[in-house]
Design a protein around this ligand. Structure first.
Ligand code: B12
Ligand code: SF4
Length: 506
């Protein structure tokens, strides 16, 4: 009998969890072929015990984890290390954004055996076939794989073209439900009582130099059709009465045709939805298109504004046609369409001099204020630039030259100094001085005081009024220093920061 497989989703947040689509899709790739179990660190009080108990049966050989940077590392790293030392014959396989982008640290650890580099839909079953002796094909011919060869050298196999997403096997929702009730993943959000998390496309057709999607997908994108999305949604609507969707795609709005087809399909279903997109892509949609989307339930769109500074947009290799002026025009169009634009800004890019780094930050702070004046409902999320290893890019070279380097070991990644790196709040980039970080963070506190996010359920009524009053004079006069009074109220009223806490939930 074949050895059994554990597919693990390390804990990624403290509450109100979303369906772990990464492991559902990995499970789908071997469903019906191999015996496997799901372990969701988000739902287990002691996932280590669950995993170890499986191994103790002697039936399991493969410990497979999805790993994104940040909080997931805290379980992914020590668990993989312990499993390897307790069960040396076991095989550890990692996939996901952290594993693919930081493959050197993973493979040098000695306790990660294989990395699935990007989509695992074909790679994973082929790798298991190979390890189970069912496939005599040379391992170097299995695409999307990174591993150490017999000589101990790190080997990357050829990348596979993205597959037609409609041909992929359906997620094993019913099987997953036998481990963790699906019902428990349908969160209450500002959009609805039961929010369904769905991932409808892989990759992204752009190559922004600060983005972790680029090294893995190299500007490629493939999507499920509107019909496939709608059929999956219907299953959840009929069975669980879902009334909202969060699309977790990197770039949901890439194909206007698909978005409009989906909007037509969902028009009378009373479903509200949210997704991530680009301003220049959506700016090509007509007012009528935006109106149709709104009528079909599109409530808010997360948009990578990044900066209003055209020179910096160029440095970010944002591609397309986005400009500072376009951001301003677009937030007005969104106001008319009654869709909330949720704009994410990336501050603290490297520049030639310290002065320039700082001036760019001040410039963007003013730009954000202009945006708020044009459309006060526009949400603003501020990230600090944290590098990603886009090897070969000009920006990556620039940051290496400036003295930045990633940790070389997995242990360093979970050391306190690096733990928060990918939360993009303390990026450890040498050109960003503490006074600049203070400036950004104080501005953000004042901004959040004056314009609390619409997605926070707790800040309303008199709380909102008081915060606005206290922050108003600071916001209008540019006095951002020491905003302790606003911080205190945020703390007392447990204000949520979307950039720190991920998706919205009550
Ligand atoms: C959902 C999500 C979350 C959820 C996780 C919910 C959950 N279920 O646990 C939450 C909200 C908690 C979250 C948090 C964070 N996230 Co997040 N998240 C995502 C998101 C939107 C979707 C992930 C997903 O489900 N993908 C769908 C699956 C099907 O795709 P996939 O994961 O790529 O899986 C395929 C392959 O990669 C591979 N694969 C993946 N895992 C494995 C495992 C094995 C064993 C194998 C064989 C193959 C394999 O095969 C799969 C099928 O082909 C991604 C972006 C994206 N579109 O993927 C960001 C993303 C992964 N997150 C990211 C980040 C940085 C974070 C944060 C750490 C920081 C932040 N500010 O967002 C926070 C942490 C905050 C906190 N305090 O916890 C980044 C990672 C960037 C990077 N530098 O690597 C991403 C890429 C977003 C982005 N573009 O910046 N996130
Ligand atoms: S458009 Fe968005 S997802 Fe695509 S490369 Fe740029 S930042 Fe990344």
């Amino acid at each position: 009998m074949a050895n059994k497989i554990i597919i693990f989703n390390p804990k990624s947040a403290n509450g109100k969890h979303r369906l772990p689509n990464s492991i559902l899709q990995v499970g789908a790739s071997i469903h019906g072929k191999y015996n496997y179990v799901f372990v969701d660190g988000n739902m287990e009080s002691n996932p280590w015990e669950t995993i170890n108990n499986y191994f103790k049966t002697g039936e399991f050989k493969y410990f497979c984890s999805t790993v994104m940077p940040g909080p997931q590392l805290k379980q992914a790293i020590p668990y993989a290390k312990n499993i390897k030392s307790l069960y040396p014959e076991s095989v550890t396989i990692w996939g996901g954004y952290f594993a693919s982008n930081q493959y050197k640290a993973c493979l040098e650890s000695g306790y990660i055996d294989y990395i699935v580099n990007g989509p695992g839909d074909v790679t994973f079953p082929k790798l298991i076939d190979h390890l189970e002796g069912k496939n005599t094909e040379n391992i170097s011919l299995i695409r999307n794989l990174i591993y150490k060869n017999n000589k101990g050298e790190i080997t990357q196999t050829v990348k596979e073209a993205l597959l037609d997403q409609d041909t992929l096997p359906s997620y094993p929702y019913t099987y997953f439900n036998t481990f963790y009730p699906l019902e428990n993943y349908l969160a209450k959000t500002f959009m609805g009582q039961k929010t369904f998390a769905y991932h409808s496309s892989m990759g992204c057709p752009f190559s922004c130099s600060f983005c972790a999607v680029v090294p893995i997908y190299n500007a490629k994108w493939k999507a499920k059709s509107a019909n496939t999305i709608y059929n999956d949604l219907r299953f959840f609507k009929e069975k669980y009465n879902v009334d909202a969707i969060e699309f977790h795609d990197n770039n949901f709005f890439t194909s206007k045709k698909r978005v409009l087809e989906f909007s037509e399909l969902v028009l009378n279903d009373n479903i509200e939805w949210w997704g991530e997109g680009r301003i220049d892509t959506l700016n090509k949609y007509s007012d009528n298109d935006l109106k149709l989307m709104r009528n079909a339930g599109c409530r808010m769109i997360f948009l990578g504004a990044e900066t209003g500074n055209d020179k910096v947009l160029k440095q970010m290799n944002k591609g397309g046609t986005q400009s500072g002026q376009m951001i301003k025009d677009f937030v007005l169009r969104m106001k008319k369409a009654d869709i909330i634009p949720e704009l994410s800004f990336v501050l603290g890019m490297p520049a030639e001099t310290e002065n320039e780094v700082y001036n760019n930050i001040l410039w963007d702070i003013n730009f954000i204020k202009e945006i708020k004046a044009l459309n006060p409902d526009a949400e603003v999320i501020i990230y600090l630039y944290s590098p990603v290893p886009t090897e070969g890019s000009e920006l990556y070279q620039q940051i290496l030259d400036a003295g930045f380097s990633f940790p070389e070991t997995l242990e360093e990644w979970i050391a306190p100094s690096w733990e928060k790196f990918d939360l993009r709040k303390n990026p450890l980039t040498p050109w960003l001085k503490p006074y600049m970080i203070d400036k950004i963070q104080n501005f953000e506190t004042v901004l959040n005081g004056y314009y609390p996010t619409a997605s926070d359920f707790r800040i309303k009524g008199y709380k909102k009024q008081l915060l606005k009053l206290l922050s108003g004079y600071r916001f209008k006069n540019g006095w951002y220093k020491y905003p302790y009074e606003i911080k205190a109220l945020h703390k007392i009223w447990k204000y949520r920061q979307p950039e720190l806490e991920g998706f919205y939930s009550e």
